[in-house]
Design a protein around this ligand. Structure first.
Ligand SMILES: [Zn+2]
Length: 262
C-alpha cells in the first residue's frame, strides 16, 4: 500500500476538480465528460490534436507492444550513438533516479510511453503520474503495472500543453525521449513548470544534433526540434526553470533543471 495520498486529476481546460460519474470524470464548469477506459482517464477523447501529435500517437500505438523488447531497445541504443554496456533505457532510468534521489511524494512523467520509467520510479513513498497522447502505450503500460503488481503508478491520456493537474502539486518531474517532439517547447515546459512545486527537480532525456540515423530522420521533419544547448537553456529559463545541468553522450542529451523558487 502506498503511503502517499493520491492527487486527483482536474479538468485540463479549467483546472477545476472533476466528479466521478459512471466510469468517467465530469467537469461541471466546462460541461465535459472524460471517459475512463481500463483505468485510464482519457482527456483527449474530444480534443483535436495537431497533425504531428496525431502522427506520434498513431506511431506509438503501433510500437507499444514491442517498445520494451530487447530488440527495439538495442536498435535505439545503436542509433543513438551511445557506447558501453548499459542499454539506452537503463541509462535514462539511472539518470532519472539520480536526479530524483531523495524525492518523495508525487512525480510527473510527461510522455510516459508504456510507463517504462514510471514503474521504476514508483515506490511506497513516491507516486508517479504518467501522461501520454497514445492510448496504445498507456494500455500497454497498465498491463505491465497490473502484471508486476506495481503500486503508485497513475496513467492518463493527455497533452503536455494542457495537463490535468492543479498548480504546484508535483515534487519532481521527468520527460524521456519526447521534448523534441512537442510543437512548442516553451509552452510545454511552462505547463510542466506550472504543475511543479518551487525547487522541484526536472529530469529530461532528449536528443541533440548529430550524424546518426535518428538525426537524419529528424532533420527531414520540420516539426521535430533538434536542440542547441544554449537555446534549450534559454527555453527552460523562459518557462520558469533554473540550474540547467546537461550531460551529453552520442546524440543523447540528459539534463536536470529545477523549478524556479519565486
Ligand atoms: Zn473544466
Amino acid at each position: 500500500m502506498s503511503e502517499i495520498t493520491p492527487i486527483g486529476f482536474v479538468c485540463p481546460k479549467c483546472k477545476r476538480p472533476l466528479r466521478s460519474v459512471n466510469n468517467a470524470l465530469f467537469c461541471k464548469e466546462c460541461d465535459r465528460t472524460y471517459p475512463i477506459a481500463d483505468g485510464i482517464p482519457d482527456f483527449l477523447s474530444q480534443a483535436s490534436l495537431a497533425p504531428s501529435t496525431l502522427h506520434i500517437a498513431k506511431t506509438m500505438d503501433f510500437v507499444a507492444p514491442i517498445y520494451e523488447s530487447r530488440f527495439f531497445i538495442s536498435v535505439l541504443t545503436k542509433l543513438s550513438g551511445v557506447s558501453g554496456g548499459l542499454r539506452l533505457f537503463d541509462r535514462i532510468a539511472s539518470f532519472h533516479s539520480e536526479t530524483l534521489k531523495g524525492i518523495t511524494g508525487s512525480v510527473l512523467d510527461v510522455a510516459c510511453g508504456p510507463a517504462t520509467y514510471s514503474r521504476r520510479l514508483a515506490s511506497p513513498s513516491r507516486n508517479v503520474y504518467g501522461i501520454d497522447v497514445s492510448m496504445g502505450v498507456l494500455r500497454q503500460g497498465m498491463t505491465y503495472v497490473v502484471r508486476d503488481g506495481v503500486l503508485g503508478v497513475y496513467l492518463a491520456r493527455s497533452r503536455v500543453e494542457e495537463l490535468p493537474f492543479e498548480n504546484a502539486v508535483f515534487d519532481g518531474g521527468i520527460c524521456s525521449g519526447s521534448l523534441h517532439l512537442f510543437p512548442d517547447t516553451v509552452l510545454s515546459l511552462r505547463e510542466i513548470a506550472r504543475t511543479m512545486k518551487p525547487g522541484a527537480p526536472l529530469s529530461v532525456q532528449t536528443f541533440v544534433a548529430g550524424t546518426t540515423l535518428i538525426n537524419r530522420f529528424v532533420q527531414k521533419r520540420s516539426w521535430l526540434h533538434i536542440f542547441e544547448l544554449s537555446k534549450l537553456q534559454q527555453y527552460l529559463m523562459e518557462a520558469g526553470f533554473e540550474e540547467f545541468q546537461p550531460k551529453l553522450e552520442g546524440i543523447v542529451l540528459t539534463f536536470s533543471a529545477r523549478k524556479s523558487i519565486r
